[in-house]
Each structure stands twice: as C-alpha cells, then as structure tokens.
Design a protein around this ligand. Structure first.
Ligand SMILES: Nc1ncnc2c1ncn2[C@@H]1O[C@H](COP(=O)(O)OP(=O)(O)OP(=O)(O)O)[C@@H](O)[C@H]1O
Ligand SMILES: CC(=O)N[C@H]1[C@@H]2OC[C@@H](O2)[C@@H](O)[C@@H]1O[C@H](C)C(=O)O
Length: 401
C-alpha cells in the first residue's frame, strides 16, 4: 500500500482527527483558518475548535483576484497562473498559523480547503442552453499539500455539480450533522458576501431539511464602499449607512430582480449582485443622484428585508424557530437591527457561539466536517435529493509529494 494511502487509512480509523478547515469567501477579506479536533463522524460528529484566525489578505491579493473575480471575461493566462499562486499562498498561510500556534504539522491529519470562488454559474444565471451548472474555485490543493507537507482535501463543490446540483450551498451537510437538535426548530443563517440559510426541523424529518442562498449579504455594500471610499473595505459598524436614509424607490427597483422570484433552493453570487445591478436599479428608479450614505442605507435595507423575508417564509409553518447567525454580517449593527425588526415569525436570534462555534469560523469548520466525512463518514444520507441535498461524498485528495 502506498504510505500516503496507509496514513489516510489510519486517520480514518482514529476516534478523532485534527483537521484544518480553510475558507476564503466572496468578501476577499482573508483566509479563515480553523484548527478543529473532530471526534466521530456522521450524526455522532463532535467538534472542538482549538484555534481560529483570519489571515488578512493584503492589497496585492485583492488586486490580483479582482482581475478575474466574478468577471464574465478575463485574461486566461492570469487565471491559469492564479490557481497555483493562490494554493501556494494558502499553504504558506497555514504554515504561518501552525508556527504561531506551535502545532507540529505532522500532528495534522488533513487540511480541508474550500479555495477561492472565482465564478459561480448555476443554470438559472446563464444563457448557454447546452450547459448545466458550473462553479470554479481556485487555489490548487496540490500546492497546499506540497507547501505544508499535509494531505489536503479540496474542491468540494465539483461532486455536487457532477451529481446535478449547483455546487452550493454545502453548509447544509455540516449544519445537519452538527447543529440539528431534537428539541428546537433551527435556522442556521450565514451572512457573508452572500447570505444563505439551512432549515433544521426538530422532528428529525430529514426530508424537511433544506438550504438555499438568499441573496446579498455584504457583497454589494462592500463593492460600493470599495469603489467610492478609497482605502475602505467595508462600512465598519454601518457608520455610513446609519448616516443615510432608505430610498424606497431604489429599494423596490433592487428587489425587482429575477433571482428573488426563483423558488428555493437556489444559489447566486457577485456575478449577479454587483455594482452593475445597482446602477441598473438606480436608472430604473431615477435615483442616480442619491448621496453615498442613502445608497448604503438602501443596500443595507435590501439585505435586511430579503433575508428577513426568507427567514419568515421558512418559519411560517413552524412553531418557535430560533435563528443562529454567523458570518461577517452579524458585526453590522444596522443590518442586525433591521433584520430583527422585519422577522416577526422568529422566536429568537442567537449566533452560533451559543452552539459552541465561533460565528466567524463557522464556514471553515464546515469544510473541516466535509473532509472528515470524506475520510471517515458512513454515507449519512439526508435522502433529500429534490432539495439539492445530494447523497454524495465530496472532496478530492492531494498528497504532499
Ligand atoms: N464591524 C463590521 N461592521 C460592518 N460589517 C462588517 C464588520 N465586520 C465584518 N463585516 C462584514 O462582513 C464581511 C466579511 O464577511 P465574511 O467573512 O463572513 O464573508 P465571506 O466568508 O467572504 O463571504 P461568503 O460566505 O459569501 O463567501 C466584510 O466584508 C464586511 O462587509
Ligand atoms: C459558489 C460559492 O462559493 N458560494 C458560496 C457563497 O458564499 C455564501 C453562499 O455564496 C454559499 O452558497 C457558498 O458558500 C457556503 C459556504 C456554502 O456552500 O454553504
């Protein structure tokens, strides 16, 4: 047997594994690195997040990625070069974290790498009738494995695409295995660049579990701030949005988008929710002359009202639904305030900290869970194929040499 296969086999047999989850989201703020001790697998999964940090991206990374990010046309040479470059950088960032945490790389079973989404392209969003769904994450796992010396499992979304899904949201798998409760109806809400949710009924009815993207979380607000306020990455503390007034004409025009009319489950990205979409809505509503603060207040309201609608729709047939939020949006006080105001069907708002997972680490932890399932899972089926929750094992294995 090849020693790498033997090592993987031994990892799979262990009662618990050390897995580093890596997530680089659509916000391009940094690489989330979560060192997790995962015990068991399937519905018996237990997780201890031993260390977590976000290694911030410098301007060079952001500028390089933005050359191709969510762009219908780009320089293929640049894209080809970015794939190994991002992988090597992510590997170096893991090495940096391990050194800082004084953790021996030899003690890590595997790294679980999401990669950097460059383009997301479900059928509902493209006009190529001869193609189905597609999604592209770069940051080659071979580079991460080679740079760190640690076996790396990556490219999780492609199996979902191969099985007929949209490649997202994948959070539902980890949400179900780790956050479902027999005593409480739960909605796991993540507000990153794009917002998504997972509904977990307490009755254990896996057929009722579902997950979907909702629409913009922070992505358009971030794009707007980065474009008009040089040097700023986002509207910290919603200071700018709080100084503005919501413009209802613009809000209505923004809400009048085909994505919001699609039935659940559905997925999207900054390919749709970007400054071009905002400009078009401003043209339709003749609100081109609004000041920046009013635009940001309106974008904030767009995220809050569309997320609240999705939560209310989800909870309307269910008693006592509790929302557990995560992602950078929870740090936006105006978004949270508006969300609460518009969500009458929700019994309580908490964040995933109360379930033992740092809300900023949640997505990185979810990919660690997927890698754990790839290694040691027992094919825990949700039997819910019609909701895009496919019965598959995700992840591709890259060895260190
Ligand atoms: N203090 C704060 N005030 C306002 N907004 C904040 C604050 N902290 C974080 N955010 C928002 O959260 C964003 C980062 O969120 P997060 O890291 O969850 O996104 P992501 O993982 O990249 O996205 P996705 O889940 O869509 O891939 C920031 O770009 C910003 O918009
Ligand atoms: C293609 C892609 O990267 N999608 C992300 C993005 O960020 C949030 C939302 O859009 C979600 O669908 C997904 O990530 C999470 C981790 C998921 O798959 O569940």
């Amino acid at each position: 047997m090849h020693p790498h296969i033997a090592a993987l086999y031994n990892s799979a047999k262990k009662p618990s594994r050390l897995i580093i989850g890596l997530m680089s989201g659509t916000s391009l703020d940094g690489l989330d690195v979560a060192l997790c001790k995962i015990t068991g697998a399937g519905l018996h999964t237990q997780i201890e997040v031993l260390k977590f940090t976000t290694v911030e991206y410098n301007d060079e990374y952001k500028t390089k990625i933005k050359q191709v990010f969510a762009k219908r046309e780009c320089d293929l040479e640049v894209l080809t070069l970015l794939h190994p470059w991002v992988g090597k950088l992510h590997g170096a960032m893991v090495n940096q974290c391990l050194a800082l945490w004084q953790v021996n790389p030899a003690d890590i079973d595997v790294i679980a790498s999401h990669g950097q989404t460059i383009y997301h392209c479900p059928q509902s969003q493209h006009n190529h009738h001869d193609f189905k769904n597609g999604t592209l994450q770069i940051g080659d796992s071979d580079q991460i494995a080679f740079t760190t010396g640690i076996t790396t499992i990556g490219d999780f979304r492609q199996k979902h695409i191969a099985a007929g899904g949209e490649g997202a949201p994948l959070a539902v798998y980890g949400d179900y295995l780790f956050f479902a409760s027999p005593n409480e109806n739960r909605i796991l809400l993540n507000m990153g660049g794009i917002a998504n949710l997972t509904f977990l009924p307490k009755n254990g009815d896996t057929g009722a579990v579902f997950s979907s993207d909702i629409g913009p979380g922070n992505t358009i607000m971030d794009a707007y701030v980065q474009h008009y306020f040089k040097g700023l990455h986002y509207d910290e503390g919603a200071k700018l949005a709080k100084a503005g007034k919501v413009n209802t004409k613009l809000l209505t025009a923004l809400t009048d988008n085909a994505f919001f009319k699609l039935p659940l489950p559905k997925t999207t990205g900054p390919e749709v929710f970007n400054l071009a979409y905002l400009r078009e809505a401003q043209m339709h509503s003749t609100t081109q002359r609004l000041n920046h603060e009013d635009v940001l207040a309106t974008l904030n309201a767009l995220s809050a009202t569309t997320i609240a609608k999705a939560l209310n729709d989800c909870a309307q047939h269910t008693q006592d639904c509790v929302v557990y939020a995560s992602g950078g949006g929870i740090h936006n006080p105006l978004l949270m305030e508006q969300l609460l105001m518009h969500s009458p069907n929700i019994k309580a708002f908490k964040n995933t900290e109360s379930l033992g997972v740092n809300p900023d680490a949640k997505e990185a932890v979810l990919f660690a869970i997927l890698a754990n399932e790839c290694l040691a899972g027992q094919r825990q089926s949700l039997n819910n194929n019609n909701q895009g929750i496919l019965d598959i094992t995700m992840g591709k294995v890259s060895f260190a040499d």
